[in-house]
Design a protein around this ligand. Structure first.
Ligand code: C2E
Ligand code: CA
Ligand code: CA
Length: 808
């Protein structure tokens, strides 16, 4: 410790300064009073001296006696504070004078000058007195001369000065001695005990604080030092319990870190491990203690250089925190996905980073799985509709001006395969076909499965020329068709599939995915409509048609709600006697006052599922009508109303129940009804159809096979169908009297029908000749404009039903 910072020295000097200041102040006040007193004393002394010398001096000037004057002057010169005295006569001539010093301008030159005294009083002061005699008549004394003198104030007051100097000197010496004594006192009573105390403090061992106590200073057990010692001991015990708490907490913290599944570690700015938990250590194949102090270059770099680069990049950046999911390798080379958070924090040595890595492998894999589910069809692993949208939308953003091709292939009647051969065979067929398509169309940009039996092929950037692209589209469509047509073998069986294909050429940048798919779809439906197993290239007219279709569909929905569908009746007569044997119910749509023919809307009703609902309403309407006729007793014996049943209606699993429910509801016998089904409807799912026909026939309903001859059914199927009638399509009847071929065909159909024990119906009979020709073929049923057009029920009743049928 420096001397000038020692407490005893500092206190000594401060005391000295204080004492000197106070002592000097008091000495100064004392000196001022002393000075005043002495000054008064000098003045009084001079006054009495001058007064006593004044008489003799007045005599000397009155007598003009220089001797006396000199005598007076000599007497005054005896006083050392007179530095000059003179007596002059009334004329002003000096009679006698005395000067202690050489005078200059009547002022004695300074020899007694005291700079300290000069601060309070002039060195010299000049005075004079008139020397007078008797008093004149006017009362003023007679002036004979003058006595002058100069007092040397510094000499007169020198005693005071020296006394003051002595007093200050003695005081100073005393103070210095006192300071010395105080310093020693301070040292022993304060500084030394404090020093001892501090060394006792220093001896406290911070590691075993709990057992340590600072002992009291001897002789200071009751004073302020003891308070310090007590306070320090109290603090030690508090630190000790704080330390225990801290240790416990840090152990708990360590336990948490070591049981945490996440990797938690800290690396300093030299890339050395400062801290690492167990998970980190085992991840990198070390123990916790081995890891501490080791460089990341040594630990991480050999396993995962990419990670080390990432950490270095973060340290070098200005970012405070990063969060990233990244692949990481562990010591055994296993790769997993980790969500890593790096945080920078300041330490005295610079920046360090804290790293936390949680294993999110399962999550990442799940996300990948979800992504694959979202974009790929699980059955065939082909890209799905989402992927198609992505590809088409991305493609339309790409190179502008290029043409691309999209082809949709919808397998024909695949539902039948599923229904008759089981879904498992259906799935196998789809998987095999998908594999084949993928192989044969690997040159294309995308081959995807759009829906259950729908595939899509996309070729981007085909050409800049529309013509080339259109040619390419036709080729692609045909190639797709050929590929699907090739037989597929499953087990011992082989299956031949066909597909209706729609192809569209799209200009990149001018159509979006929705439009492209819609156009291809429209073309594909055109293929279906035109008889399936063919390729149709999309043309703009189709779009308008499609739009019209859409509108019609909307109108049909409205018509359903407004109940705008009803039926008309066309009589069916016996060829022998032209008696009305029954009628066919034909659906009509009264739309905005106009009657719309079923040819215009039935196909659309059939395409949507609406036909089921509308068909049921017609059936119900017919039954209600029959019940009404029966009630009014105007229903001829054996009279049957034929109702057309569409494929969708028949395919419904609840069709049988629907029929029985409707019959029951209107209390109508099945014998009064006939269902007309077409060949294709019947053949759609033979087994199911036969079952349904048999069940419904049990309710008394008879069946007729409509439009016979137009389908491609083989006659062998006909045998198996439990129908009662065969309706020869009107296109053949039309030409029987003009076309020999049709004539022969109709004749053989009638023969076949007879052989099978079926009743034959000829529809579309328009002329007398046709009737005559048909009558020659034996007993038939006839239907056609020749007899009547379809009529509203009121007209039908008025014309063909007896107004008052006799009771049977
Ligand atoms: P379809 O079952 O073959 O019905 C006979 C069609 O031939 C009727 O046409 C009828 O008016 C017409 N026709 C009858 N005689 C002659 C004739 O001498 N000459 C000509 N040129 N035509 C004749 P419509 O009423 O326009 O019905 C067309 C088709 O709509 C029907 O053909 C049938 O397939 C379907 N259809 C009608 N009503 C229904 C129904 O309620 N349900 C279902 N699913 N289809 C129905
Ligand atoms: Ca019919
Ligand atoms: Ca028909």
């Amino acid at each position: 410790m420096k001397l000038n910072s020692k407490l005893s020295v500092v206190l000594g000097f401060r005391s000295l300064a204080l004492l000197v200041f106070l002592g000097f102040f008091m000495a100064f006040v004392q000196t001022v009073f002393d000075f005043r007193e002495r000054q008064d004393e000098v003045t009084r002394t001079i006054d009495s001296i001058v007064t006593s010398a004044q008489g003799s001096a007045s005599n000397a000037v009155y007598l003009l006696d220089n001797g006396i004057a000199q005598h007076v002057i000599d007497g005054l010169s005896y006083f050392d504070f007179f530095s000059y005295v003179a007596i002059t006569d009334d004329k002003g001539s000096v009679m006698a004078e005395f000067s202690r010093q050489k005078m200059d301008d009547n002022v004695a030159l300074n020899t007694s000058y005291n700079p300290v005294l000069s601060l309070v009083v002039d060195n010299f002061s000049r005075e004079s007195v008139l020397l007078t005699g008797q008093t004149l008549a006017d009362g003023t004394p007679q002036v004979y001369g003058k006595m002058e003198w100069v007092v040397d104030n510094h000499i007169a007051l020198s005693g005071v000065y020296f006394r003051a100097v002595r007093a200050f000197g003695i005081a100073l010496a005393g103070y210095i001695l006192l300071t010395l004594a105080l310093s020693i006192l301070y040292h022993y009573t304060l500084a030394a005990p404090l020093t001892r105390l501090s060394s006792r403090f220093q001896r406290v061992n911070i590691k075993s604080i709990a057992t340590q106590k600072i002992s009291h200073l001897r002789g200071h057990e009751q004073n302020e030092f003891s308070l310090i010692v007590n306070a320090a001991n109290d603090m030690l015990s508090r630190i000790s319990s704080g330390q225990e708490l801290l240790t416990e907490r840090s152990q708990r913290f360590r336990l948490i870190l070591d049981t945490a599944p996440a990797l938690i570690y800290s690396i300093d700015n030299k890339l050395d491990f400062v801290f690492a938990n167990k998970a980190t250590a085992s991840f990198y194949g070390y123990s916790i203690y081995e890891l501490k102090g080791r460089g990341a270059e040594e630990v991480i770099a050999p396993i995962d250089n990419h990670l080390l680069d990432f950490i270095k990049g973060f340290i070098g950046s200005t970012k405070r925190q990063v969060n990233k999911i990244m692949p990481m390798k562990n010591a055994t080379g296993v790769q997993c996905h980790m969500e890593m958070t790096l945080v920078k924090f300041k330490t005295p040595e610079g920046h360090s980073i804290l790293a936390t890595c949680s294993d999110v492998t399962k999550r990442v894999q799940a996300e990948e799985k979800i992504e694959s589910l979202a974009y790929f069809d699980p059955l065939t692993s082909l890209p799905n509709r989402n992927k198609v949208y992505d590809t088409l939308n991305r493609s339309s953003e790409g190179e502008k001006g290029m043409y691309g091709i999209a082809a949709i292939a919808d397998l024909d009647q695949f539902k039948r395969i599923n229904d008759t051969l089981s879904h498992s065979v259906g799935d196998q067929l789809i998987v095999k076909l998908a594999g084949r398509l993928q192989k044969e169309f690997s040159f294309s940009d995308l081959i995807a499965r759009l829906g259950a039996d729908e595939f899509l092929c996309i070729e981007e950037n085909v050409s800049e020329s529309l013509k080339t692209a259109v040619n390419g589209a036709e080729v692609l469509g045909e190639r797709l068709r050929a590929c699907i047509n090739k037989e597929i073998e499953i087990g011992l069986h082989s299956y031949a599939l066909t597909a209706s294909i729609g192809v569209v050429v799209f200009k990149k940048g001018s159509s979006n995915a929705d439009e492209i798919l819609q156009y291809a779809d429209t073309a594909m439906y055109e293929s279906k409509r035109a008889g399936r197993n063919r390729v149709t290239l999309f043309k703009n007219e189709m779009a308008t048609q499609a739009a019209q279709l859409l509108e019609l569909e909307r109108d049909i929905m409205k018509a359903m709600f407004r109940d705008e569908f009803y039926f008309v009746l066309q009589p069916i007569v016996d060829s022998e006697n032209h008696h009305v044997m029954g009628a066919e119910a034909l659906m009509r749509w009264k739309k905005d006052g106009k009657t719309i023919s079923p040819a215009e809307f039935i196909p659309f009703l059939e395409e949507s599922a609406l036909i089921v609902e509308v068909g049921e309403r017609i059936l119900s309407g017919v039954c209600r009508y029959i019940a009404e006729l029966k009630q009014r007793k105007v229903l001829p014996k054996g009279f049957k109303v034929a109702v057309n049943i569409s494929a969708k209606q028949l395919a419904r699993h609840d069709f049988i129940e629907t029929v029985s429910r409707v019959l029951l509801k209107h209390n109508v016998k099945g014998e009064m009804l006939e269902f007309e089904i077409t060949e294709s409807v019947a053949l759609n799912n033979m087994a199911d159809t036969i079952n349904k026909i048999v069940s419904i026939k049990k309710m008394g309903v008879s069946f007729s096979l409509d439009d016979f001859g137009t389908g491609y059914s083989s006659l062998s199927h006909l045998k198996d169908l439990p129908v009662d009638k065969l309706k020869i399509d009107r296109s053949f009847i039309n030409d029987i009297t003009v076309d020999k071929q049709d004539e022969n065909l109709v004749r053989s159909i009638i023969q076949l029908s007879k052989n099978l024990g079926l009743v034959t119906v000829a529809e579309g009979v328009e002329t007398q000749e046709q009737v005559e020709w048909l009558m020659l073929q034996g007993t038939l049923l006839l239907q056609g404009y020749y007899f009547s057009k379809p009529l509203d029920i009121e007209d039908f009743e008025a014309t063909y039903l007896p107004q008052d049928l006799p009771n049977k």
